[in-house]
Ligand binder design. Structure first.
Ligand SMILES: [Fe+2]
Ligand SMILES: [Fe+2]
Length: 469
């Protein structure tokens, strides 16, 4: 069904048919817009931004591009088309028809899954709200705002589910999604990664590469859900999410490209000389990768989890790409897990967080290989690596243990002595911060990052993607 933009809340699910729901969402809408003004991007609300807006949910040509002032962005409710006669694809009820309402016995678990996902969406907008003031170019500024408005829409996607299927509790949860704030000491966001400040663009690129990719994996597993409205919401969100990871992968790629140019110009790979020339040495980039990758790994939860076992067995949350597996019930299989106490055999159902974490890390490798090829082609030995799944963990069996990036358990004092080699130190952060100067001349680019290969929607790189008003 096409998206109806004549409605106050654009949607493709005919909410005008359900007056109670429509009224409830129209009541939430001004609170959302208030939140956007107060907690969304600082300044730039009067600027014209070259944004894409969904016009349908078909895979070909769902987006329309044009100059929009962010507060006028048409946030709405878009679900992927219903799959006719869809059946449950995993767990103990495999093969039965999917649910179009919430089964009473799963109500609180489903609500928790939706609230936890929903909470991350506005959190990331809050984390990124000051970045516009230090953008490396108009192209990057536009990409930041594109991500921000889409995360705002992802919040709408989850709020719709809460309003439509969870009654009064759902409406209260929707209010709470606007009341918690990233980093707030009294009312923080639910997951710790979403309370980490993002005050520089190197962190933004790492966040969109690693943390938005966690989002991709969560959405993929929720897209498998037997609760069909959740599945349809997440399937459309995934099409938007792809651009966020593109910003991360190309952003880091452009940082590397620029660093390699500076190294060539200077004829040295000495980090201090590279920093003096205003570029980001690869060792420093490695520390940011270590930081954001390990922080994102925590988002998958405990290695051994009875919650994730129940969510799978009951059909609430599957594995990403469930159809590519052969066993969809998992009652008879086990997985070997390395814990600090040694190797353990764990029932597969209880190890699903780890299954997801491992497939996530494989996905993270793809960009790494591309970046390393660029470094290799430039004739350098240095290689970027992903940290071990056990490094710097705050959740799970390895939480709080002194582990080096290769995954070796080491002495606590050695860890303390060397941790600044592995994750950004105060001095590293101060250096990166010193590079963050706002560049907004059309076609101009900050000195620490190379221009992109191409512009947005076939436009030139030097197109005026944001017209500052
Ligand atoms: Fe999102
Ligand atoms: Fe995202």
């Amino acid at each position: 069904m096409a998206i109806d933009y004549a409605e106050k809340i654009p949607n493709n699910i005919n909410i005008a048919n359900d007056k109670t729901l429509q009224r409830a969402l129209e009541h939430w809408q001004p609170s959302f817009l208030n939140w956007w003004q107060e907690m969304g991007p600082s300044d730039f609300q009067a600027s014209d931004v070259y944004l894409r807006t969904a016009v349908s949910v078909d895979s070909d040509g769902w987006a329309q591009y044009g100059a929009v002032k962010m507060p006028d962005y048409r946030w709405g409710i878009f679900l992927a088309d219903q799959v006719p006669e869809r059946t449950i694809g995993f767990g103990d009820a495999m093969g039965q028809p999917v649910w179009h309402q919430v089964p009473g016995e799963y109500r609180s678990t489903l609500r928790r899954l939706i609230v936890t996902q929903g909470d991350t969406e506005p959190a990331s907008v809050e984390q990124q709200r000051m970045l516009g003031h230090t953008c490396p170019s108009l192209y990057d500024l536009r990409n930041l705002f594109q991500i921000n408005v889409e995360e705002g829409r992802h919040l709408w996607a989850m709020v719709y589910l809460l309003h439509a299927y969870f009654g009064r509790d759902g409406r209260e949860e929707a209010e709470e999604l606007l009341a918690r704030h990233s980093g707030d000491p009294d009312k923080p966001r639910i997951l710790s990664t979403f309370n980490e400040p993002i005050t520089d663009w190197l962190s933004l690129y790492c966040f969109t590469y690693f943390t938005d990719r966690d989002g991709k994996y969560q959405l993929k597993s929720l897209a498998e859900s037997s609760f069909d409205p959740l599945s349809r919401s997440c399937r459309f969100m995934l099409t938007e999410e792809a651009h966020h990871m593109f910003v991360g992968e190309t952003g880091i790629g452009r940082v590397i490209k620029r660093t390699l140019e500076v190294m060539k110009g200077l004829g040295t790979d000495d980090p201090a000389a590279i920093r003096r020339a205003g570029a980001i040495d690869l060792q420093l980039l490695q520390k940011y990768i270590n930081f954001w990758c390990s922080s994102s790994l925590d988002l998958f939860g405990n290695e051994i989890s009875s919650n994730s076992a129940a969510s799978f067995a009951n059909g609430l949350k599957g594995r990403p790409d469930e159809s590519t597996y052969t066993d969809h019930v998992l009652r008879d299989s086990t997985m070997k897990l390395l814990t600090p106490e040694g190797e353990q055999d764990v029932p597969m159902l209880n190890a699903l967080n780890e299954v997801m974490r491992e497939s996530y890390l494989k996905d993270c490798e793809i960009g790494m290989r591309r970046w390393n090829r660029a470094i290799e082609r430039a004739g350098h030995e240095f290689r970027l690596t992903l940290p071990s799944i056990r490094f710097r963990r705050s959740i799970g069996t390895w939480a709080g243990l002194p582990v080096d990036p290769k995954g070796n358990l080491i002495a606590k004092d050695e860890y303390e002595r060397r941790k600044d080699e592995w994750a950004p130190s105060e001095a590293d952060r101060a250096f990166v911060k010193s590079l963050m100067q706002k560049v907004t001349g059309p076609g101009k680019m900050a000195g620490w990052i190379a221009p992109p290969e191409r512009g947005i929607n076939n436009l030139a790189v030097d197109y005026e993607y944001v017209h500052l008003n």
